[in-house]
Design a protein around this ligand. Structure first.
Ligand code: HEM
Ligand SMILES: *[C@@H]1O[C@H](CO)[C@@H](O)[C@H](O)[C@H]1NC(C)=O
Ligand SMILES: *[C@@H]1O[C@H](CO)[C@@H](O)[C@H](O)[C@H]1NC(C)=O
Ligand SMILES: *[C@@H]1O[C@H](CO)[C@@H](O)[C@H](O)[C@H]1NC(C)=O
Length: 339
């Protein structure tokens, strides 16, 4: 379990300096302010309550992903969907009930897979530490391990999330960015979750793995503006290639989002986007803003690419969205059901 937390040691140093300068009253106020931060996620939150947690998660994830490496992509996407709807509270994992359609029932869920991996990890964890570890944290940890297994980087995952009790399809349909979003909409959606334009550019790189169904992009190939045209932001040769894979009206075929290396977590995504071969309008949109474009261009050169380390940083940022901590929410017994 990692022990060095730079933010803590900096805080301690700052604190010692403050002690020498300010009277006690000021200190007490500072302490009171700081205790509101006590609810922040932290690496090793379960150090005492479930010391083997990360080993158990890693072992079980390896069992599944080594057999089915293509599950890494939908699991990564699942974590993203969880965090963007109601915060990272495991709401994406809940089943619909007779009275309410859950996020799983929403349109963008169509290709979410890997729920069985999360369930398997949860039950392995429950055996060792019953009622202690949230499904939201398990999803965050499994995602990290799965990405690592397809050659991504390793990052420390702060934990301490608790599980929500609500999951609504309508919120998923509204809260998740559609593949047709332009750069203004994307930046606004990410900003609303406390994520920067850089986070947007970095996290879009998640599309270096996985596949997409045709309807997420066929508007770019056929009748783009209703004049029988194609999307001018998409490379002509690529359009021709994609047309052979997706005929008009095809809702079931899937294409690799990073053709040739869709099973490998690498910076090739940016090379594609820079060559106007990003699959979605939202991928191409990264070229429509000076900051996100600069990031794409830099990663696309392949020399000194920082994507893999940047990705870990942005995933931690994403993993902080709207988390429930302290006494909020619950620790679900089974990830698909509220207690
Ligand atoms: C920036 C806005 C984003 C949009 C508009 C978007 C949209 C989409 C769409 C439409 C698909 C294909 C779904 C299908 O047709 O099967 C997809 C797949 C995927 N997305 Fe995103 N996404 C975004 C951001 C992200 C982020 C932040 C991540 C993770 C960090 C991510 C990870 C993935 C992965 C891994 C897949 C492949 C899933 C699979 O193979 O089943 N996406 N995304
Ligand atoms: C996703 O939603 C569709 C209906 O829109 C449903 O048929 C399907 O079972 C859902 N998938 C999951 C994994 O819940
Ligand atoms: C983005 O889309 C919104 C909504 O459709 C539109 O109002 C806006 O003008 C678009 N912005 C750009 C830069 O295309
Ligand atoms: C293209 O879109 C326009 C306007 O929506 C429609 O009138 C036309 O029939 C479409 N053409 C094809 C080939 O689908």
């Amino acid at each position: 379990m990692p022990s060095f937390n730079p933010s803590i040691s900096l805080k301690t140093m700052a604190f010692q300096k403050i002690i020498s300068v300010f009277p006690l009253q000021v200190l007490l106020v500072l302490l009171a302010l700081d205790s509101s931060n006590a609810q922040k996620l932290k690496v090793g939150f379960y150090c005492k309550t479930c010391p083997d947690l990360e080993a158990i998660v890693s072992r079980t994830t390896h069992q599944y992903i080594s057999r089915a490496p293509t599950l890494a992509a939908p699991i990564l996407r699942m974590h993203f969907h969880d965090c963007f709807v109601r915060g990272c509270d495991g709401s994406v994992l809940l089943n619909s009930t007779p009275n309410s359609q859950a996020e799983k029932g929403a349109v963008p869920n169509q290709s979410l897979r890997g729920f069985d991996v999360i369930d398997a990890v949860k039950s392995a964890v429950e055996k060792k530490c019953p009622g202690v570890v949230s499904c939201a944290d398990i999803l965050a940890l499994v995602t990290r391990d799965a990405v690592k297994m397809v050659h991504g980087s390793f990052w420390e995952v702060p934990t301490g999330r608790r599980d929500g009790r609500v999951s609504l399809a309508s919120e998923a349909n509204r809260g998740l960015p559609p593949p047709f979003a332009n750069i203004t909409q994307l930046k606004a959606l990410f900003a609303a979750k406390g994520l920067s334009a850089k986070d947007l550019a970095v996290l879009s790189g998640g599309h270096t793995i996985g596949t997409s169904h045709c309807p997420s992009f066929t508007n770019r190939l056929y009748n783009f503006t209703g004049k029988g045209d194609t999307d001018p932001k998409l490379d002509k040769n690529y359009i021709a290639q994609l047309k052979t894979k997706c005929k008009p009206g095809d809702t079931t075929s899937r294409v690799e989002m990073d053709p040739g290396s869709f099973k490998t977590f690498d910076e090739d995504y940016y090379t594609l986007v820079a060559k106007r071969r990003g699959l979605f309008q939202s991928d191409s949109a990264l070229l429509d803003d000076t900051e996100t474009k600069a990031y794409v261009t830099k990663q696309a050169t392949n020399r000194g690419s920082t994507f893999l380390t940047d990705f870990g940083v942005s995933m931690v940022n994403m993993g902080n969205i709207g988390v429930l901590t302290g006494n909020n929410g619950e620790i679900r017994k089974h990830c698909a059901f509220v207690n």
